[in-house]
Design a protein around this ligand. Structure first.
Ligand code: CA
Length: 225
């Protein structure tokens, strides 16, 4: 899950970034509106946390420009001000959710999960594919009811495949879901993570298919058909 955090308060940004990375997000950070605007035009994110009051370009201007480009990435706006008028203007400009500072990290994370779920049309926090289930609240995968153990990057690989089950996902897109902007890796690293996930996901009803030139696809094996 690739997340952009736009926050000019250095201390808050550092703390949020560490907490979100701990929860398995690949996090890019921007400390002003211009940098955020550039990153949003260039990179594909799964979710954005956007502070309202920013140097060089206001948070709501960044948001307006993003929506004007037709980008529908879910955005949660952070604000120091909680007045109803502010909230309404944020939502009018295309925010999907709104959180007033100070807030608990647990609440931020719960709302981010909700945004990602809605963006993928998931009604329940648990997604199933045959014997495999993904619990987005507990951040856990179970195979036939048995808990699977993954590193954060392996988890990110399977999460991305699961959210697009039955459809191919390119190596480049997978790369962007598991590595942040500063990561010193190349797309070949994706193959290593996919092969590790494949080993742990050893089940007669499931497989991760490699599609030459197209990427990967997670699907149920159609036994006997
Ligand atoms: Ca600010």
């Amino acid at each position: 899950m690739r997340l952009l955090l736009v926050e000019d308060n250095q201390e808050l940004s550092r703390w949020l970034c560490a907490a979100l990375q701990q929860s398995g997000y690949a996090v890019d950070c921007a400390a002003d509106g211009m940098v955020a605007d550039g990153l949003l035009a260039y990179c594909k994110y799964d979710v954005v946390v956007l502070d309202r009051g920013l140097p060089r370009m206001e948070g709501l201007t960044v948001l307006q420009r993003l929506r004007a480009r037709g980008d529908r990435v879910p955005v949660l706006v952070l604000s120091a001000r909680g007045e109803i008028a502010d909230r309404v203007s944020g939502i009018d400009k295309g925010a999907d959710d709104y959180l007033v500072k100070p807030f608990a990290i647990e609440e931020l994370e719960a709302r981010l999960r909700g945004l990602v779920r809605r963006a993928h049309g998931m009604e329940s926090p648990v997604l199933r594919l045959g014997p495999l289930s993904m619990d987005s609240v507990g951040r856990a995968f179970q195979l036939d009811g048995r808990l699977l153990s993954f590193t954060p990057r392996e988890h990110a690989v399977l999460e991305a495949l699961m959210l697009r089950a039955g459809k191919p996902i390119s190596k480049q897109v997978l790369y962007e879901k598991i590595f942040d902007y500063d990561a010193q890796a190349n797309t070949e690293a994706v193959e290593i993570y996919v092969s590790r996930v494949r080993k742990k996901l050893d089940h007669p009803d499931l497989h991760i298919v490699t599609l030459r030139g197209l990427g990967y696809l997670l699907e149920l094996r159609r036994n006997g058909v």
